[in-house]
Design a protein around this ligand. Structure first.
Ligand code: MG
Length: 269
């Protein structure tokens, strides 16, 4: 896999295009993984450079499985676009809108979480109900692998969960409303909406693979040139690495890369 700092000439070429957008995942990308999601913080250096980039680029978006309200509080940069719940929600400035009619999904997720809560009342397991999606975290379990198997078994046995999309993330399992919306469709929509001619996507987990594929699909020289960049860690899924164009080693490298971007972005949109 190509280490991005050995191929900055290619990124420099992309930055000469206009408009250019930067889309970044949050947890594990601009925020170091913490024992619980509530303890995670955006790297202060990433925040500093994202603020600068939000003035330099056509669009800077944060995309995450977290709900938009939580994302906005966590990242806290006014000029950014926030895409939450894996693409199902979008927030800009003070507005938040839903990507689809989701009232039915709220009900399904709620009923699944209600059923699972007593079955998963196990030390170290934390179920987060995010409205249109839910995440079961098991990072704090003594035996996370065993916990993962148990959770997947319980979820598979629940009739209410049959309609949901189940995704295995870093020490977490996502239960997602059955729409065709994901980080990939959200990325495609941003490229179209901002008429992007250049794009960079940063991500570290399973749900980012769809976005990597969206970047690849959008690539059509000379109209659009985009790069999918995987943030490596011992927990990273191998499929993400194979789907990426380039690699960064952990959040520290993301900090260095964002700094480089601010110093090498010429246009102001
Ligand atoms: Mg992530």
């Amino acid at each position: 896999m190509r280490y991005i700092f050995d191929h900055l000439n290619l990124i420099r070429e992309t930055l000469l295009r206009s408009p250019v957008g930067l889309i970044t995942d949050v947890d594990g990308t601009i925020s170091r993984i913490a024992p619980t999601p509530q303890q995670a913080r955006i790297s202060s250096s990433c925040r500093y450079y994202l603020i600068r980039l939000s003035h330099q680029l056509a669009v800077v978006a944060a995309i995450s499985g977290r709900p938009v309200a939580q994302l906005k509080g966590m990242v806290g940069i006014d000029g950014m676009v926030y895409i939450g719940n894996h693409g199902l929600e979008r927030g800009e400035k003070t507005r938040t809108k839903l990507a689809t009619d989701t009232s039915d999904y709220f009900r399904v997720i709620n009923s699944v979480v209600k059923k699972l809560a007593p079955l998963l009342a196990i030390e170290g397991i934390n179920i987060e109900n995010k409205g249109m999606t839910a995440t079961i975290h098991y990072r704090l379990c003594n035996d996370p692998q065993l916990a993962e198997r148990e959770i997947l078994k319980l979820v598979a046995a629940l009739p209410q969960a049959k309609r949901l999309t189940i995704i295995k993330d870093r020490m977490a399992i996502d239960l997602i409303s059955p729409t065709d919306i994901n980080k990939g469709t959200a990325t495609r929509d941003l490229i179209r909406e901002y008429n992007l001619r250049g794009g960079i996507y940063l991500g570290d987990d399973t749900t980012d693979i769809a976005a990597f594929q969206a970047i690849r699909t959008a690539n059509s020289p000379p109209d659009f040139q985009g790069w999918a960049i995987a943030v490596n860690s011992p927990e990273v899924p191998p499929e993400l690495i194979s789907a990426a164009d380039f690699l960064l080693e952990g959040v520290s490298d993301v900090e260095r890369f964002l700094k480089w971007l601010t110093e090498n972005t010429v246009q102001s949109s």
